[in-house]
Design a protein around this ligand. Sequence first.
Ligand code: GLN
Length: 542
Amino acid sequence: MKKRSKTKFIFVTGGVISSLGKGITSASIGVVLKDKGFRVNMIKFDPYINVDSGTMNPFQHGEVYVTKDGAETDLDLGHYERFISRDMTEDNNVTTGKVYSNVIDKERKGEFLGNCVQVVPHITDEIKSRIYKLVSKNTDFLLCEIGGTVGDIESLPFLEAIRQIKLEYPNDVLFIHLTLVPYIKTAGEVKTKPTQHSVNELRRIGIQPDFIACRSENPLSRAIKAKISLFCNVSQDKVISIEDAKSIYDVPINLERQGFSASILDFFSMIQTRKSNYLDNWKIFLNNFYAHEKEITIGIVGKYVELQDSYMSIKEAINHASAYLKIKTNMRWIESEALETENYEKKLCALNGILIPGGFGDRGIEGMINAAKFARKNKLPCFGICLGMQVMIIDLARNYIKLENANSAEFNSKTPYPVIDLQKGQKNIDAKGGTQRLGHYPCKIYNNTIAYQTYKENLILERHRHRYEFNNEFRELFEEKGIVFSGICPQNDLVEIIELKNHPYYLGCQFHPELQSRPLQPHRLFIGFLKISLERKYETKK
Ligand code: GLN
């Protein structure tokens, strides 16, 4: 008797090159299945040896996405949450580091006593167990993205594990291979050879893809689909075009135009049993995203702006709020170090608002402080997130309250006024991985504040990732001078939101609101910030 699984497995592998958008493709498959009323969950395998992405430089890895349970994960998990509107957890991101450290721990405890511990079966068993852990009666489809490109040494154990799953559950597994079908300008032709090679590579390790998703500049012609079908041994209707789209949010629509969800249901001999209007709402969001009469320009002042993937969730949260307000927001990425010169004001004066995002280390900090000062003095809306809030506090301390050389202990441990200091619980922590204040914490919002006007609630939950905090020894002094502490964590009296009286919007938060923004549920703080920036732009013009 063949085993059956209630949860169907869809494995997404990638070929030819990296950066084809496997994360967006996987998340988009999630959207079209959700639209058919199915419950979807997702898992990402990252073949690197780090236990999680938390210790990696954003230039190497892009944003570190923090889940509500405090896991530091790959940025694709952000796409998953935004696309399928489901909270991810630590279990939804598995790295080689996690897999190996667990197996080695077990070995040390003697759980394999007498055996030689090997990649097959011990490592592959561990990988499979991570997948099976997410099988549940509340999940119809588990979409599983294998990071890296077929042919990489690192991803081999993961591919071997999913091959074994197909053997165990032959009727419940679907393989989708995402490849590149390039257009060669000089030849004036679209080429299928890289796809053929990459599928061959996959077959060599025992995986025959059921669907081939082709990244291309334009939709594939029938002839090209026929060619890929013949050489790669899949029927023509299972060769899917994933052409360049105007935005990532168009990808589910483009998939559905090719009847993709119906093909998947057909593959598994399933029928739709529940109704949903997910894609209808998605289309409304998309229409709003493109329909705009007014536009504003927001400066994003950070140290990783060269690689905007480092601020993926910020970028998307701005997009969601802009669609909600039906405006276009131009994002001007400003390297904070470039604001450390005399003439920094010139670089900021055409903006309608300034956003200072999170970050670590002292490079470019003085430029961020200058940006905050400029916004404060010119009554320009300013929104600081995590490090951004800390920088606003330093500006207020130095330039408003006149505490000379005030700083964060992160940048100067000898400052006479450590207005930002290490959290109490952090003092004796040496290990770097997973030791910050991470994940969901409650925040009490005080009435008659901008924060309350924005949230319209007295208790909220937001996600965190930081080691330093506002130093409460300075709280009274700041309050006397007109700084409002509008959000406080009730568990330990930690400052979560600050505002400035007599300023239209000088608001900083210690948490990361961008991580909870979704196209169908934009974050209130982003809406508030863009709205005030918009109002002020058109007010000043009158
Ligand atoms: N570096 C700061 C801290 O550790 C801010 C962190 C962040 O912006 N995520 O507290």
